[in-house]
Design a protein around this ligand. Structure first.
Ligand SMILES: NC(=O)c1ccc[n+]([C@@H]2O[C@H](COP(=O)([O-])OP(=O)(O)OC[C@H]3O[C@@H](n4cnc5c(N)ncnc54)[C@H](OP(=O)(O)O)[C@@H]3O)[C@@H](O)[C@H]2O)c1
Length: 291
């Protein structure tokens, strides 16, 4: 496994983790989801990303079951929903997450989205309290613009903001305009979500290049050259900067194995240039969106 430094800390986290959106929504899938997480952990994917929102707490329960006997080996990330971002709301949400995750500390706790209702100072105040209580180890945010990250850090005082989790995939390179440079400058890890564009596609945005498109054809040619899959090429591309880690979601074990192979892929300069040409950097920025 390739490890990357978390923010300005001495913590090393896996460059590829496991996403859990859509987990815990149906009893019927429980066994497969737990097995997938266990399989990923056995093979080095020791960072798990979840959220109180996923499956209404169901995803955290699945994660709790999957990691019970190996908790110490896992870097556990979960998120407080924007609607719970009052001071007391954050404390209550963290305690409920800890219970569902069957653990006494969350490694990295993120504000899931900027909140419409609550000031960042109130939310970050609660994060500071959780660090002091030892209930969370590190503080981060998700879907934050540079302005909001700056405000969050000011509110955190001496506690570093170590991570911003944001969409990053071949068809969505908005973060390269401002978020990625800001994070590089300020030693903040960018945890790229939806590396295959799955969630964006569900919300009507560009997802993974469809079969039959010229973008997919270019990916196919590159992938074939290395006897790799197009998904490996996409993951490899996402990890091109030291500041980045990524959290693909996969319940299919073949997908997990496939994704792991992205780490040994080495694309030559021409192929990377081809990717740049066919998936140009988006001109627009991530806007301040609240929930
Ligand atoms: N902070 C936020 O606001 C936010 C928003 C969205 C997502 N996230 C996080 O990011 C994680 C990942 O994003 P995502 O859930 O949108 O999905 P994604 O990682 O972009 O894509 C997941 C989809 O790709 C498939 N897949 C995975 N590996 C594959 C492979 N090698 N070949 C073919 N198909 C493959 C999966 O299939 P199978 O499952 O069938 O294997 C699944 O259908 C989420 O689960 C969540 O933890 C965070």
């Amino acid at each position: 496994m390739l490890y990357r430094r978390l923010g300005n800390t001495m913590e090393r986290i896996p460059a590829i983790g496991q996403g859990t959106w859509k987990f815990g929504e149906s009893k019927l899938n429980e066994k497969q989801e737990i097995e997938a997480l266990r399989f990923g952990l056995t093979n080095g994917l020791k960072l798990i990303d979840t959220a109180e929102e996923y499956g209404n707490g169901g995803a955290e329960k699945i994660v709790g079951q999957a990691i019970q006997d190996v908790r110490k080996e896992v870097f556990l990330v979960t998120k407080v929903s924007a609607k719970n971002c009052s001071f007391n709301g954050v404390l209550r949400a963290a305690e409920a997450s800890l219970k569902r995750l069957k653990t006494n500390q969350i490694d990295l706790y993120l504000q899931h989205w900027p909140s419409e209702q609550y000031e960042i100072s109130e939310t970050m105040g609660a994060m500071v309290e959780l660090v002091k209580l030892g209930l969370i180890k590190y503080v981060g945010v998700s879907n934050f613009t540079p302005d909001l990250m700056k405000e969050a850090q000011q509110c955190l005082g001496s506690i570093p903001l170590v991570c911003n989790q944001v969409a990053y995939h071949l068809n969505d390179r908005r973060i390269e305009n401002d978020i990625l440079p800001y994070c590089k400058e300020n030693n903040i890890t960018v945890m790229g979500y939806s590396p295959f564009g799955y969630a964006p596609k569900i919300f009507g945005m560009d997802g993974f290049p469809e079969v039959g498109t010229k973008e997919r054809d270019v990916l196919n040619i590159i992938a074939n050259k290395y006897n790799a899959s197009v998904y490996q090429v996409a993951l490899h591309w996402v990890l091109k900067e030291e500041q980045l880690v990524t959290i693909p979601k996969a319940v299919n074990k073949e997908h997990i194995e496939d994704n792991l192979k992205a780490l040994s892929l080495k694309l030559d300069k021409d192929d990377l240039e081809q990717i740049e040409l066919i998936f140009p950097q988006n001109k627009y920025h991530l806007v301040n969106k609240t929930q």
